[in-house]
Write a protein that binds this ligand. Structure first.
Ligand code: DGJ
Length: 728
């Protein structure tokens, strides 16, 4: 049993294979956080709540309740009742005053896990997960709050979510509803987050904690390029193999906040949820608000273990696509090959060369519809441009299919161009503030997905194209962030719901799409990796990682992305050199090796490659087919980081049964007059012996792990090697 309840101590104990999480109730019914960390096999106790110390609990010391409220480690702190740390729930009654106090009412423990209405969420069978629902109440407001904890033993994960029900007679305004909180004593923790920008997404950043609040957030209507809805508190000097990490990752694709507060008593409060900035949800009597879920994990074996827990969890319990366990077709995308300048003949020219080199799918990117020949106009007019695609879409698709290739297509369904027939007919479908000219970004506005009529139009536009030809892949793009948050459809007092309703609308659309087209391979994208988040992973098994396709830049971007996401989710392509963004030239082989640590595909004009590079495509295609099962399903080990050492990068993927390990080495900069580099490897079974393929050399797992492997100094910058070790 993963969840136990000790009635005498009023203590809940949630166990996974390596971790324990404990919750206990104060005599009054405050829900306290006792412990999260290494597995405790015996019984728990409530001493860590310090209820026997001053200021004692309110039933003992009613006259000094404020001190109790402001230090007690809460599972789900509320605002307005003298807990001055960051609250998770802010409620305003119709009388106008803010304030909410939650006390335990009841609980349920059951096998399996419920769905979260309208939201992406992890799932598991009754054998795989067990859930604790804690029912809390504020009797004054008539508000019920259910704190859910789904325990996934095998992956060392707890999925937390929150549901608020208005069971009273008054309308309530929810001004903040976070999804998770951990209160614990500080132990010199450092805060690790993933930060960046367009073309520099998800760089790993670590900083020490200072008194007060430190956070990452997005107010852009998407999870964003700049900050990622992930936060870990790590012990000082935490490495890949040693140290502690407490991590939270948000299954949500809109505005978020992840924050750690270091308090006056040297405790930390880590919270995560929908950003309260601009958020206000009107909860009428009888209505329910479901907050998205946070995926928690704890590792006492360094960041590497945290990473592998997330990878396993997302592969087993979040990605639903039938492609999850399948090799994805190797695709070629025409974006960097042609941008908007293409017609049927040009696309077929690329496809013919690509198909004969072993590439399996052709993806037509932006520019195939309306009058779109530059990033301006026509978004919303999802009508094939027959001047470019003579004979129409089905004619192109048939010819691509005749080459033995699948066909995929690009959409940006959430957008509307001012210069479009759609906007001329429905200006009120754009998100905008009354009386103001809405801000344009990339010459476009955002559609108001809170409106059912807009969603209907968007869905039918996409579905009609998919029904019209044999299309097996969709790249769903989003190239601007939200602003001017006003909806012509929502009531005046519900305008604060728009950002969240937009995300719910997006989820509804993608749910419909994967339901009507169950075999569709969906790849989400947002100007590169601006909406790479666990919410999107629920609908699409892969997400375009970054518009930066330079192999060296990708080392850092993919390192940060792979900190939490399985390699099978990371969209990665081989592109042309000099790289369009950086003008850097890297060997074709290195570009291939880096893209193999992702979904693998191409994004260049293959008709312009010289013979030597063209001849490398079939070699890379063969490598993909040989290693993709391992890369998709194996354990990922980060061995060296170019971000840290400014010299080289190295990672390994090991089969779960220890039978093989694929090592990727990238020497970013060559060095003169040096010996080989000793690299201590990871991922090997110490008791096994391995043959390094292509050499006949045998190594013991122990020697590779503890003694290390001697990596030769390669000739030149940006060189790489794939080393495949097979157990003998
Ligand atoms: C941004 C994407 O990240 C690119 O790959 C490409 O699809 C463009 N949008 C097209 O406008």
């Amino acid at each position: 049993m993963a969840i136990g309840y000790d009635g005498a101590r009023r203590l809940f104990k949630l166990d996974t294979t390596n971790t324990t999480y404990m919750i206990a109730l104060s005599p009054e019914g405050y829900v306290g956080h006792v412990y999260y960390g290494r597995r405790i096999y015996g019984e728990g106790d409530t001493r860590l709540l310090r209820m026997e110390e001053e200021p004692y609990t309110p039933s003992v010391n009613e006259g000094e309740k404020a001190s109790f409220m402001d230090f007690f480690p809460m599972e789900y702190p509320t605002g307005g009742v003298s807990d001055y740390r960051e609250s998770c729930l802010e409620v305003r009654a119709s009388s106008g005053g803010p304030g909410c106090e939650l006390l335990y009412a009841d609980h349920k423990i059951y096998k399996g896990k419920k769905k979260l209405a309208g939201l992406p969420a992890s799932f598991g069978t009754e054998d795989e997960t067990e859930t604790l629902d804690l029912y809390c109440e504020d009797g004054v407001l008539g508000l019920k709050v259910i704190l859910s904890y789904a325990v996934f033993e095998k992956e060392n994960v707890i999925a937390r979510s929150v549901r608020a029900e208005n069971s009273g007679g008054e309308t309530l305004r929810l001004e903040k509803v976070y999804s998770a909180c951990i209160d614990m004593d500080n132990e010199d923790y450092e805060m690790l987050t993933l930060c960046g920008s367009w073309a520099r997404e998800r760089h790993i950043q670590t900083r020490s904690l200072a008194y007060g609040k430190q956070s990452v957030a997005s107010a852009k209507g998407e999870s964003s390029h700049q900050q990622h809805p992930f936060m870990a508190l790590v012990s000082p000097g935490c490495t890949q193999e040693q140290g502690e990490a407490y991590a939270m990752h948000f299954v949500y694709s809109g505005n978020f906040l992840a924050q750690t507060e270091l308090t006056q008593f040297d405790a930390v409060r880590m919270v995560m949820g929908i950003s309260p900035e601009g958020f206000c949800w009107v909860l009428r009597p009888g209505e329910v608000f479901q907050a998205p879920e946070v995926i928690l994990t704890y590792s006492d074996r360094g960041l590497g273990q945290m990473t592998r827990s997330y990878h396993d969890f997302y592969r087993n319990h979040l990605i639903r696509s039938p492609y999850r366990d399948r090799k994805r077709p190797i695709l070629i995308n025409n974006w960097e090959a042609t941008y908007f300048a293409f017609d049927t003949e040009k696309l077929l020219e690329i496809a013919r060369v690509a198909g004969s080199a072993g590439i399996e799918m052709f993806v037509m990117d932006d520019g195939w519809f309306g009058k779109r020949n530059e990033p301006k106009g026509s978004l919303g007019d999802w009508v094939v441009n027959e001047e470019k695609l003579k004979g129409g879409l089905s004619c192109l698709v048939e010819q691509i299919n005749a080459l033995g290739m699948d066909f995929g297509i690009w959409f940006e369904p959430e957008m509307i161009s001012p210069d479009s027939d759609l906007y001329r007919a429905h200006p009120d479908w754009a998100i905008r503030l009354p009386g103001r000219t809405p801000v344009q970004s990339r010459n476009q506005y955002v559609l108001d997905l809170s409106r059912p009529d807009v969603r209907e139009y968007v869905y039918e536009s996409v579905a009609a194209i998919l029904r019209s030809a044999n299309i097996t892949y969709v790249k769903w793009d989003m190239n601007r962030q939200l602003s001017d948050l006003g909806s012509a459809w929502l009531a005046a007092d519900s305008q604060g719901e728009l950002s969240h309703r937009f995300v719910l609308g997006l989820y509804e659309l993608q749910e419909k799409l994967v339901t009507e087209f169950p075999d569709l391979l969906l790849e989400n994208c947002s100007s590169g990796g601006g909406r790479f988040d666990p919410g999107m992973l629920y609908y699409s098994p892969q997400i375009w990682c970054s518009d930066d396709t330079d192999a060296i830049e990708r080392l850092v971007i993919q390192e940060g992305t792979a900190l939490v996401y399985p390699l099978s989710a990371i969209g990665a392509h081989v592109s042309a050199c000099p790289n369009h963004m950086l003008k850097r030239s890297t060997p074709f082989e290195t570009r291939g090796h880096v893209a193999l640590a992702g979904t693998f595909g191409y994004e260049l004009d293959v008709t312009k490659l010289d013979h030597e590079e063209l001849a490398m495509i079939p070699v890379q295609v063969e490598l993909y087919h040989k290693y993709n099962d391992l890369i998709r399903s194996g354990d990922y080990y980060r061995i060296a980081s170019y971000r840290e050492n400014h010299s080289h990068d190295c990672w390994a993927v090991a089969a779960k049964d220890g039978s093989e390990v694929l090592l990727t080495w990238v020497q970013v900069f060559a060095r003169p007059n040096v010996h080989s580099r000793r690299v201590r490897l990871q991922g090997f079974d110490p008791k096994s012996r391995y043959r390094l393929e292509g050499t006949g050399q045998i190594y013991s797992g122990e020697m590779l792990l503890y003694g290390g492997f001697l990596m030769e100094n390669l000739q030149g910058d940006y060189q790489s090697r794939l080393l495949h070790f097979v157990r003998v």
